[in-house]
Write a protein that binds this ligand. Sequence first.
Ligand code: TMP
Length: 208
Amino acid sequence: MARGRFITFEGGEGTGKSTQVARLVDRLRAGGREVIRTREPGGSHGGEAIRELVVRGSADRWSARTELLLMFAARSDHLERTILPALEAGHWVVCDRFADSSRAYQGLAGGAETAFVEALDRHVVGRNQPDLTLVFDLPTEVGLERALARAQEDTRFESKGIAFHQALRQAFQAIVETHPERCRLIDATGSVDEVEARVWAAVETLAP
Ligand code: TMP
């Protein structure tokens, strides 16, 4: 049984990522693939329990370092219980956010040291890196406006202010430059169909 492919979607708030995750999953399934759609933080019982701790409450509820540990604890459970069993069974896994969100939110924009982030990544993710990471890029004000318009309860990260979100956009752009073999920057402006075409062009480059 050939191992499945692991695709992650990344980017700031309100970039339209989740809509595109749904479109890609539908398209892959229509092509006959077995696909698991999942998300972080979350994607397993333990991961979803930790999600409750990190997406609610005041913006300063956790320090960047503590938040980073919570994210990687959630990720460890998610990998063990959901992602790795699926890949080993030959299924494709499409995940809404993964370790690059920790690099950007807690690391580059949040202030946790890069060496700490990368040490956790080596221990928790190790060789199980995504085959492809699509990083959605959109002017900060546009994304934040969309995110705030739909936000109801899970507003901890949306409430961090425009400077944080500008730093996030730059952080994601820097991550793409640092990992060119794995990451593609996706222009998230334009219609849903236009963005879908850009996503598909990137996914098609993955070997069957
Ligand atoms: P979502 O709104 O895309 O579901 O993600 C929940 C929030 O969690 C989002 O604001 C980004 C944040 N997040 C981090 O800060 N670090 C991480 O490692 C992950 C996976 C998400």
